[in-house]
Design a binder for this molecule. Structure first.
Ligand code: ZN
Length: 479
C-alpha cells in the first residue's frame, strides 16, 4: 500500500469535541506512522466491520507509543517504531484472493465433547485423512479434545477440495501465565505432522466502543467484548461497592483495555486502562493510573481532573470527623458504670446536618430510650445497618429509601447525652462492630498526589487520544 506523507490525510479526520485537537493529532501521527492498516481503514471505512477494525488497531499499539512521545508538530514523517504483525496474514489473504488461489481460511472454537469429525466440519473441512490423523495423534488429540481444551480458537487452512493444509491452536500455559503453547498440524508429502511449541505472550492494548445493551453487561452492534471487560466497565462507573452500576442501556462507551496475545490472538484479558461513558449528553472519563511513588504500586481509576473514582464503602455521616469517645468498654459519662460503648461519639455543634453514609432504607426513625431521636438505616446489601443517635431533629420516615449523602437529621443531645454529639453505630448482621476503620477510610484523600500530577496528566492525555480513536470504531462512525 502507498504510504501517505504526513498531514495529507488529516483533512478528512472528523473532529469530535471536546477532544478534537488531541484526536486529530493522534490520528495524524497514527496515519503518518506508515501503518497500512490505518490507511486501509481510512480508504475503505464501509468495507470493514468494527470488529475487524478492532483486531487491526489492536495490534498497532506501536503507533500509540509514537503518538505519546512525539512533539505536537513533527518536522518530518515519523518513522515506524514497530512492525505491525497482524498485517501480514491480512495482506496474504487479500493477495490469495487476487491470484485466484483458493486457500480457504476458517476458524472455530473447540467445544466440549468435540470429535475430530465435528471440529473439522465446523472448519469447513472434509478430509478423512486429516480426521484419522487427529484421532490417532496423541499430541493433537490432547491439544484439541482433552478435558479443558474446550473454547480454544482453532484456525485452519484448506485447499479448494476442502482438504486440510494446516491447522493451528494456541492456549495459555497452565503453569506460567506469561507463556502460551501452540499446536501446528501440517500436511507434508508423507502425511500429517503435529508439533507443539511454546512462546511468550505479548502485551498489547485493544480499543473498543459501542452502545450498552439490555442489561448493562451486553453490548450491541458488532463489538465483541470479553465478559470480564464489560464487568469492569460496569464496576468503574458504579457508585461504590455494593451499589448499582451507573452504566445503563443505550449509554455509549469507548474503552482501551489490556490484553496478552499469542500471534495476535488474545489469550488473556487484563485491566481496562481507560474508559469513556456518555449518557444523557454527559460524558464521564476514567483513567487507570498507578502511582509508583507514595502509594506503592497501588492503582486506581481517576477522572480527568485527577479525582479518584474509587469510592469508599461508606461516606462520613458528618462533614468533619472528630471522635470524642471510641468503641468498646468505657465508664458511661452519665450512668457512671462500666459499659460497652456500641459505637463512636462524633463531636459537632447542635443542628449540624447528619448524612446517610450509603444508600439504604430507613429501618427505624423515632425515639428510643438512651438514643433519644434515632435513625436506623439498613444498607443495600441487607447485611449492614448504621445507627444515628441523639438527633435534635429527624428528617426521614420509616421505610423511606435514601441515597448516600442524603440528610437524615441534625445533631442534638436527645436521650442520655451530656451534650450535643452524634452517636454512630455500624452493625453487621445485627452485631455492632467498631466503625472507626470505616470512618477513617471514608475521609482518606484519594486524589492523585501532587508529585504524580505531571505523569498523570501525560498519561490521561494519551488515553484521551486512544479513546477518541476507539470512539470512531463505533459501527457507522467513520464518516
Ligand atoms: Zn455514644
Amino acid at each position: 500500500m502507498r504510504r501517505a506523507p504526513f498531514g495529507v490525510r488529516s483533512a478528512g479526520v472528523a473532529g469530535v469535541a471536546p477532544h478534537a485537537e488531541i484526536q486529530q493529532r493522534v490520528k495524524q501521527q497514527f496515519i503518518s506512522s506508515g501503518l497500512a492498516v490505518a490507511d486501509f481503514i481510512h480508504r475503505y471505512p464501509r468495507r470493514i466491520t468494527a470488529t475487524l477494525a478492532l483486531l487491526m488497531l489492536g495490534s498497532a499499539s506501536g503507533a500509540f507509543a509514537v503518538a505519546k512521545l512525539a512533539p505536537a508538530v513533527p518536522a518530518e514523517p515519523i518513522r515506524l517504531v514497530s512492525e505491525d504483525v497482524a498485517l501480514a496474514p491480512l495482506t496474504a489473504q487479500l493477495d490469495q484472493l487476487d491470484s485466484h488461489s483458493f486457500t480457504l481460511y476458517h476458524s472455530a472454537r473447540t467445544q466440549v465433547a468435540d470429535s475430530p469429525a465435528s471440529l473439522l466440519e465446523r472448519l469447513g473441512i472434509a478430509d478423512p485423512q486429516a480426521s484419522a490423523f487427529l484421532r490417532r495423534d496423541k499430541v493433537a488429540r490432547d491439544a484439541l479434545f482433552s478435558r479443558g481444551a474446550a473454547g480454544r480458537v482453532v484456525s485452519a487452512e484448506a485447499d479448494d477440495q476442502q482438504n486440510l493444509k494446516q491447522l493451528t491452536v494456541r492456549w495459555l500455559d497452565a503453569s506460567d501465565n506469561t507463556r502460551f503453547n501452540r499446536l501446528v498440524v501440517e500436511k507434508a508429502a508423507e502425511g500429517f505432522t503435529a508439533k507443539v511449541d511454546s512462546g511468550a505472550l505479548v502485551p498489547a492494548e485493544r480499543l473498543a466502543s459501542g452502545v450498552v445493551g439490555q442489561d448493562a453487561l451486553t453490548v450491541t452492534g458488532d463489538t465483541h467484548l470479553p465478559a470480564d471487560v464489560t464487568h469492569q466497565l460496569s464496576d468503574i462507573f458504579s457508585n461504590g461497592p455494593g451499589t448499582k452500576s451507573n452504566v445503563r442501556k443505550g449509554d455509549r462507551f469507548a474503552l482501551v483495555y489490556q490484553v496478552w496475545e499469542a500471534d495476535g490472538e488474545v489469550l488473556r484479558v487484563g485491566r481496562v486502562l481507560s474508559a469513556e461513558l456518555t449518557a444523557g449528553g454527559k460524558t464521564q472519563h476514567a483513567v487507570w493510573f498507578a502511582d509508583k511513588g507514595s502509594r506503592g504500586d497501588r492503582g486506581d481509576y481517576y477522572a480527568l481532573g485527577g479525582e479518584s473514582l474509587y469510592k469508599p464503602r461508606y461516606d462520613l455521616p458528618l462533614g468533619k470527623l472528630r471522635i470524642t469517645s471510641g468503641f468498646g468498654l468505657r465508664v458511661h459519662p452519665v450512668a457512671g458504670a462500666t459499659r460497652h460503648h456500641e459505637g463512636v461519639d462524633l463531636a459537632a455543634p447542635r443542628g449540624t446536618p447528619v448524612h446517610a453514609v450509603a444508600d439504604g432504607r430507613v429501618e427505624f426513625a423515632g425515639v428510643q430510650h438512651g438514643y433519644g431521636n434515632v435513625v436506623y438505616v439498613q444498607h443495600a446489601d441487607g447485611r449492614d445497618t448504621t445507627v444515628y443517635g441523639h438527633l435534635s431533629r429527624i428528617d426521614v420516615k420509616m421505610n423511606q429509601r435514601i441515597t448516600r449523602g442524603e440528610q437524615i437529621g441534625t445533631v442534638g443531645s436527645t436521650g442520655i447525652a451530656t451534650g450535643p454529639h452524634l452517636h454512630f453505630e455500624l452493625r453487621v448482621n445485627g452485631s455492632p462492630i467498631n466503625p472507626s476503620p470505616v470512618l477513617a477510610e471514608a475521609q482518606t484523600d484519594t486524589a492523585v498526589p501532587g508529585v504524580s500530577r505531571a505523569a498523570f496528566a501525560e498519561q490521561s492525555a494519551a488515553m484521551l487520544g486512544q479513546l477518541a480513536i476507539a470512539d470512531q470504531l463505533r459501527p457507522g462512525g467513520f464518516e
